[in-house]
Design a protein around this ligand. Structure first.
Ligand code: XMP
Length: 516
């Protein structure tokens, strides 16, 4: 069994290529991102179901800009151009692109002109997200111009015979309210694709792939409690059952209730073979006296490897385990150059990576998937909701959220404050509108406060709720004041050592999400 024919998103260097691929998949059509350096021949060799030319920063009228060749449009493969891709398409097919000097950037009024398949059933006047200087002034032969804006006489065109279309605006961003409908019209009504990419199919396919790869041999997985490793392991378990053994190293740096979630709820839901190693003492001892963030990370990485190796040796005394499960996701694959090799083990999302001299072949059942798809698969596989929807959490855990030396007492303070913030966020129903909500203890800072009749000298807690698409950039979440007030009151009331709660209102950049 293999992956379906992909809709290829040709990446012209916009930050939007991944978003486009995700939107296509949201419409249950499989999609992959490819670099714009591929020739027409190479593109077609991938047997695409359709091709989407993405936006990009270049001007089609400049020298040396990557543009598709005209023969791409004669291959009986539907093509959709977006922004730069729209203009590149126009140029390749003999239309006219002009530099008018009239920029349109941001929300722009679009007017649909007459009948069209792209805008069928959508309002004649609508707002779209634009970002362009050049514009298409004449559609290529065979195409009908179907929309315009003040700065773009041809803001969309379609050729229903050859099954091509294009738009000047960005249908993939949330700022284009009808964007997803336009994309749907292209995929279903113009390209005539079927919505067959469902998570059920993915599970069936992956199960078959894993069975084929693993045969009757044994597999090991380091479970962190995060979404990716939990779902990856559950998929492998679905495929090969007890041939899989998971190891969970409890480094004592997780949040309240998380270790129990892995040890009890996850095992109950999956029936997975799990070896738990409680290494809290060991990590606490190793971290004693250290305050430098990078040193703390290195220590945790090093200790993790040692503990994991020892556990793996116990599980695999005869050295018969050949495979290691990794929860690598599609964005990791795209960002590391899109290679299909199996050699490198990603380090960032694990606790410092795994030992290089452990000779395993990787099993990576999530390599083609985005995070939201992984969550849907987790739900289908019956994993606990709290795990499936867990916010991203750093491998070194709370150690990088205690600013200063990590001690058991400080971890207890932070855990208590963090549990309150999480519980209140959940109670307000805003879990899914926040990307991540680090709670940070400034363990080397004390400030004066007052409680009852007495003066206090306590720690500050920092709340760092952020919204983000991919953690590369982020903005501080505008949580309701009432919620922030409840969190603050409860923390200062219930966590005796804390007498101040502050809110981090820095975007990334210049700040990072974590404080260390
Ligand atoms: P920053 O703080 O760099 O974080 O804006 C970006 C994303 O990465 C996570 N993060 C880590 N994850 N080990 C990890 O596994 C780490 O050392 C680490 N540091 C940051 C962070 O939580 C955010 O999601």
């Amino acid at each position: 069994m293999s992956l379906p024919r992909p809709v290829l998103v040709v990446d012209y260097g916009a930050q939007y290529a991944q978003l486009i691929a995700r939107r296509v998949r949201d419409l249950n059509v499989y999609s992959e991102i490819v670099p714009s350096t591929l020739s027409t021949e190479e593109l077609l060799a991938k047997d695409p179901a359709a091709i989407i030319l993405s936006g990009g920063p270049a001007s089609v009228n400049a020298d040396d800009t990557p543009v598709p060749t005209a023969d791409l449009f004669d291959a009986d493969v539907p093509v959709f151009g977006i922004c730069y891709g729209f203009q590149a398409m126009a140029v390749a097919l003999g239309g006219t692109v002009e530099a008018t000097g009239m920029r349109e950037f941001g929300g722009t009024a679009l007017e649909v002109s007459g009948e069209s398949r792209l805008f069928e059933g959508l309002p004649v006047g609508q707002s779209v997200w634009m970002s362009h200087t050049d514009c298409v002034s004449r559609a290529p032969e065979g195409f009908t111009a179907v929309a315009r804006t003040a700065g773009a006489p041809v803001a969309a065109f379609e050729d229903l015979v050859r099954r091509h279309a294009g738009v000047q605006f960005h249908p993939e961003v949330a700022h284009t309210p009808h964007g997803q409908a336009v994309l749907r019209h292209f995929l279903y009504d113009i390209a005539k694709l079927e919505p067959t990419w469902t998570m059920n199919n993915v599970i069936e396919e992956q199960v078959a792939v894993i069975r084929e790869q693993v045969g009757d041999r044994r597999v090991l997985c380091a479970l962190s409690g995060g979404v990716d490793s939990s779902v990856a392991a559950a998929l492998v378990h679905r495929a090969v059952g007890d041939q899989l053994t998971c190891v969970f190293v409890d480094h004592g740096l997780l949040r309240a209730g998380e270790a129990e979630q892995v040890e009890k709820d996850y095992v109950a839901a999956t029936g997975i073979n799990l070896k738990v190693v409680d290494a809290t003492e060991r990590f606490m001892t190793a971290l004693r006296g250290h305050t430098d963030p990078e040193t703390k990370r290195k220590i945790i990485g090093r200790e993790f490897i040692r503990v994991f190796e020892a556990a793996a040796r116990e599980v695999d005394a005869e050295g018969h385990i050949e495979f290691l499960v990794q929860g690598t996701l599609y964005p990791d694959v795209v960002e590391s150059g899109g290679g299909t090799g199996t050699a490198n083990i990603k380090s960032h999302h694990n606790v410092g990576g795994l030992p290089e001299d452990m000779k395993f072949t990787l099993v990576e059942p999530l390599r083609t998937l985005f995070k939201d798809e992984v969550r849907r698969i987790g739900t289908e596989l019956g994993l606990p909701e709290a795990m499936v929807w867990r916010h991203p959490f750093p491998g070194p855990g709370l150690a990088i959220r205690v600013i200063g030396e990590v001690t058991s007492e400080r971890l207890e303070i932070l855990r208590a404050a963090d549990a309150i913030a999480r519980a209140e966020l959940t109670a307000s129903g805003l879990d899914r509108s926040v990307w991540q909500f680090p709670v940070v203890l400034l363990a080397d800072v004390r400030s004066v406060g007052v409680a009852g009749d007495g003066r206090t000298y306590g720690y500050p807690i920092v709340l760092r709720p952020v919204s983000s698409e991919d953690a590369m950039t982020a903005d501080w979440s505008r949580l309701p004041y009432e919620l922030l007030a409840r969190i603050s009151t409860r923390i200062t009331n219930e966590v005796a050592e804390v007498n101040r709660v502050v809110l981090d209102i820095t975007s990334k950049p210049p700040g990072t999400i974590e404080w260390e």
